[in-house]
Design a protein around this ligand. Structure first.
Ligand code: CP
Ligand code: NVA
Length: 308
């Protein structure tokens, strides 16, 4: 089992599948009223340099449901890397808490936290990856009974942090992957190389309709990620053709599912009709952040499922 969860490549096919099974078990136990407390007396620090709804709430609630406690720290409040070196924050926190989850701007920050912490570190989104999101997303598809190794997932829009995590986890699971993006916004070359090294099937195109054709899943995310607000105008212009709307969804399989990590910018990367339509599973994804992260926390902190 991995020591930290910084990116999808910290998983293997087997550990990802184990995580799905554990998440399903935890979800079921909670739904039938099991209220065991395997994390009793344990504390996880949550560091956020950027805003969040889903990640913050699902970490806090997940830790509480497992009987532990979460301490929320805004990056501004602790002066991560300004008031105090990132390495020193990691060393200090390790003396008090049993795990650290962090949402950061630079991926290097989470790597530095992990290098100097003696407790597990979880990436709650960096500019490079969002592995908890991808884990919850593939858990959602697995739970619905999709054959992950036989399906085609089309990513439309920005080859961003969420895209990176989805591609690498998809490659581990044998999913056929296609990304449609404007020139200059493809997933980073290093991620594409990692996908190929893992034996992944990845096609990159600038044609959104072509990508959507025959897709089992259409996935999109915002065109302007947190921290890119100054690039708003050129990005809106570059991405216009990549909107997930009813015409694009109609090009996919009739059974295709539509995914979005949220928050959505309605009317930009996705229309209301699609986001709120019958093929959208965005709220299942959001719910499953809770169950998937409980599985990650329990695995990394070493809690016993029998105590749940
Ligand atoms: N999907 C996701 O991570 O949402 P938040 O930014 O609200 O945490
Ligand atoms: N790509 C988005 C994801 C938000 C969950 C961002 O980084 O802002």
């Amino acid at each position: 089992m991995m020591r930290h969860f910084l990116g999808s490549a910290d998983l293997t096919r087997d550990t990802a599948l184990q995580m799905f099974a554990l998440a399903a078990d935890l979800k079921q136990r909670w739904k039938v009223g099991r209220r065991g407390t395997p994390l009793a007396g344990r504390t996880v620090a949550l560091i956020f340099e950027k805003p969040s709804l889903r990640t913050r709430v699902t970490f806090e609630v997940g830790i509480v449901q497992l009987g532990g406690r979460a301490v929320y720290l805004s990056g501004h409040e602790i002066g991560l890397g300004t008031r105090e070196a990132v390495a020193d924050v990691a060393r200090n926190l390790s003396r008090w808490v049993d795990g650290i989850a962090a949402r950061v701007y630079a991926h290097e920050t989470i790597e530095t936290l992990a290098r100097h912490a003696t407790v597990p570190v979880i990436n709650g989104l960096s500019d490079w990856e969002h592995p908890c999101q991808a884990l919850a997303d593939f858990f959602t598809l697995w739970e619905r009974g999709l054959d992950l190794a036989a399906m085609r997932l089309a990513w439309l829009g920005d080859g961003n942090n969420v895209c990176h995590s989805v591609l690498v986890l998809g490659a581990l699971l044998g999913t056929s992957l296609v990304v449609a993006c404007p020139p200059g916004y493809a997933p980073d070359e290093r991620v594409q190389a990692a996908v190929r090294r893992l034996g992944g099937r990845l096609e990159v195109t600038d044609d959104p309709r072509k990508a959507a054709q025959g897709a089992d899943v259409i996935y999109t995310d915002v065109w302007i990620s947190m921290g890119q607000e100054a690039e708003r105008e050129p990005r809106l212009e570059a991405f216009t053709r990549y909107q997930v709307n009813e015409a694009v969804v109609a090009a996919a399989k009739p059974t295709a599912l539509v995914m979005h990590c949220l928050p959505a910018h309605r009317g930009e990367e996705i229309t209301d009709a699609v986001l709120d339509g019958p093929q959208s599973i965005v709220l299942e994804q959001a719910e499953n952040r809770l169950h998937a992260q409980k599985a990650v926390i329990l695995s990394l902190l070493g809690g016993a499922l029998d105590d749940v």
